[in-house]
Design a protein around this ligand. Structure first.
Ligand code: NAD
Ligand code: TYD
Length: 338
């Protein structure tokens, strides 16, 4: 199998690329990433050194570059993870989200069609459904009601992907997953930000009343779902993927669990103003994925959080470089003239 993974140097993309290299060692893997602020080639260094994957630095919204890549690559499956992914950044400026998430996805669809890709797996988010009240869970038919420019751009790309399947017959599969956590997550998202701030005895900025609920899934469980979706998913279908009921936890409880593991005081918690249009609760019904893909979460949140904290303790050099901005300078120097 000849596969393309976009966004491969990001958090989920790099975990997924490692997962595929281990689970499908005979697959030919092309790892693509623009290496924005969120992309880090260090995440893939071992795989590139061992020639288990070939890396391409390119912009998914660059039609000429993508046409060349797809014409040469002759990919069977595309796993599309590349995106601008942070809600707070989308509030500061939505343009980059429309460019990468909507135009970038459409560019890949055009190339996938022209080069007769067999399957296009589009990795999306439960955030496209909007915010839940105190009860209920998202199902695949829940109406889309995104509230942030990030989730609006993801919802738009989901619709372009599904329309491409209906209109042109491309075999598309959309997965919608809840909040992930685990190794290699950029320390702007809640869990890695709070772990690394706590290690440094810095304040943990908790938005609003801290009672917003997210459904947490370890990234390894997400990777397993993506491979199963490619292997067993029905074309044109959407599959919800996400944490179990025990992993639906208010932010303040996640924050206290991190502080407890690190043996740090709760006085590090700093209540700050709320995020505009802050979705109150996400929770997902993954029974379709369970029935059709044979998937369900396997890593309990407590265990996954423990191992994630351990990873950040063991890999201080990785996140300290990011937090100091040093790695950005490295990429400018390394790739600036190419
Ligand atoms: P991330 O920000 O860590 O990684 C995104 C990667 O995409 C980065 O490496 C970045 O350099 C790359 N990228 C951005 N724009 C690009 C472009 N124009 N061309 C090529 N590469 C580009 O994000 P993540 O958390 O790993 O999320 C990956 C995907 O999974 C996204 O599509 C996101 O919407 C989705 N998702 C994330 C979560 C989560 O909790 N993190 C949950 C559900 C779905
Ligand atoms: P985040 O990791 O940004 O993911 P998303 O917004 O996509 O769910 O945020 C997770 C939750 O944590 C969300 O309710 C916002 C909250 N949050 C904070 O309270 N403080 C922070 O500094 C961050 C980054 C998030």
């Amino acid at each position: 199998m000849n596969v393309l993974i976009t966004g491969a140097a990001g958090f989920i993309g790099s975990n997924f690329t490692h997962y595929i290299a281990a689970e499908c060692p005979d697959w030919k893997v092309t790892a693509l990433d623009l290496l924005t602020y969120a992309g880090n080639l260090e995440n893939l260094a071992v795989l590139i050194e061992r020639k288990q994957v070939s890396f391409v630095r390119a912009d998914i919204a660059d039609a000429t570059a993508m046409e060349q890549l797809f014409a040469q690559g002759r990919f069977d499956i595309v796993f599309h993870l590349a995106a601008e992914s942070h809600v707070d950044r989308s509030i500061q400026g939505a343009r980059a989200f429309a460019q990468a998430n909507v135009l970038g996805t459409q560019t890949l669809l055009d190339c996938a069609l022209a080069s007769r890709v067999k399957r296009f797996v589009h990795i999306s988010t439960d955030e496209v459904y909007g915010s839940l009240g105190p009860t209920g869970r998202f199902v695949e038919t829940t109406p889309l009601d995104p509230t942030s420019p990030y989730s609006a751009s993801k919802a738009s790309s989901d619709l372009m992907v599904l329309a491409c399947g209906k209109t042109h017959g491309l075999e598309v599969i959309v997965t919608r997953c809840t909040n992930n956590y685990g190794p290699y997550q950029f320390p702007e998202k809640l869990i890695p930000l709070f772990i690394t701030n706590a290690i440094e005895d810095q304040a943990l900025p908790l938005y609003g009343d801290g009672m917003n609920v997210r459904s947490w899934l370890h990234v390894r469980d997400h990777c397993q779902a993506l491979l199963l979706a490619a292997q067993r998913g029905r074309p044109g279908e959407v599959y919800n993927v996400g944490g179990s009921a025990e992993a639906e936890i208010p932010n303040v409880a996640v924050t206290k669990a991190i502080l407890q593991i690190l043996d740090k005081p709760t006085s590090l918690i700093k209540k700050v103003g709320d995020r505009p249009a802050h979705d109150r609760r996400y929770a997902i019904d993954y029974s379709k994925s369970k029935a059709e893909l044979g998937w369900q979460p396997t890593i309990p949140f407590e265990q996954g959080l423990q191992s994630t904290v351990r990873w950040y303790l063991d890999n201080e050099a990785w996140w300290r470089k990011i937090k100091s901005g040093e790695y950005l300078k490295f990429y400018e120097k390394n790739y600036g003239n190419r």
